[in-house]
Design a protein around this ligand. Sequence first.
Ligand code: KG4
Ligand code: ZN
Length: 345
Amino acid sequence: MNPMPLVLGIETSCDETGVGLVRDGTLLGDALASSMDEHARFGGVVPDIAARAHLHALPPMVRTALDRAGVGFGDITAVAATAGPGLATAVQIGLAAGKAYALALGVPFYGVHHLAGHAAVDALEHGPLPQRCVALIVSGGHTSLLLLGDLARDPIIHLGDTVDDAAGEAFDKVARILGLPYPGGPAIDRIAREGDPTAITFPRPMTGPHDPPYGFSFSGLKTAVARWVERHPGPVPVADVAASFQEAVADTLSRKAIAACRTHHTETLLMVGGVAANSRVRALTAQRCTATGITLRVPRPGLCTDNGAMIAAVGDLLVRADTPPSPLTLGIDPSAVLHGAMIPS
Ligand code: KG4
Ligand code: ZN
């Protein structure tokens, strides 16, 4: 048996069934199934459909990840699974499966925080995270600016969060307004390439001098798009609206993230989560980071959206930090706030 730890990671918090195998900061293999197509006609994820799909997809995804990594069940030395936040019925499947694999293999189990996974995954692509950095987590359910230390050991400090919709949620809702398919983020990203980002000046929410500098609010921006579309006579210029909306989001996110880096004297900005896959958010943030001497770390788009490697990456950090595992009595926490890498028991 290889003496190096090998962590199996399982992610089932939304509609992606993700499995990853990580050893010492290296992704050995992963596999991903999605029930996205089954939700498309409802315009959003249906929790019970997602849960049933996880149940079907998980065993074959574990098998595929093992085959791709060239290892067997006997090589696994720890199991990590998302214990929250996410859709309760969906998280439940991955957590139960993770505990069952750990019990059957006689290895420790870690119930991890989904958003810690979004941050940790970048280490698989760009090496160990710096000792300290500002992290912008932008996903379908969350938008937060954080101060990160050692992810496995230190508490996570929230500099600001969204007071209403998350950035990804705004992409999904605006896509719906524009008659684009679910999930809205990739659809807007695609069509915005044919549009003019300066066609319409949508508001940059919470960027006034008296607003919280690191707080976010995207509900008003979504409403501004809806009002503009309602009032517009004739056919809606979908590509221009998409590009202009995307520009407002990219501008707001990057401006606040860079201000946080400067105020907190951090040289690195880590940008993660599904919306970090957006081409304009990436380009504008990179451009502004270069101009201000900040190092931008952002995973490749396939690792920004939900996957199993990110959960294995957290497990790998926890194992290497000698963190005590979770009890097998750990339950799900569908609305867990991000304070650390693990979901407390
Ligand atoms: O991190 P993620 O996969 O799941 C959550 O933890 O929520 O993020 C999903 C969100 C969705 O709202 C989706 O529309 C958005 O990320 N997203 C994007 C892009 N790809 C995914 N938003 C903008 N541009 C993209 N290319
Ligand atoms: Zn996510």
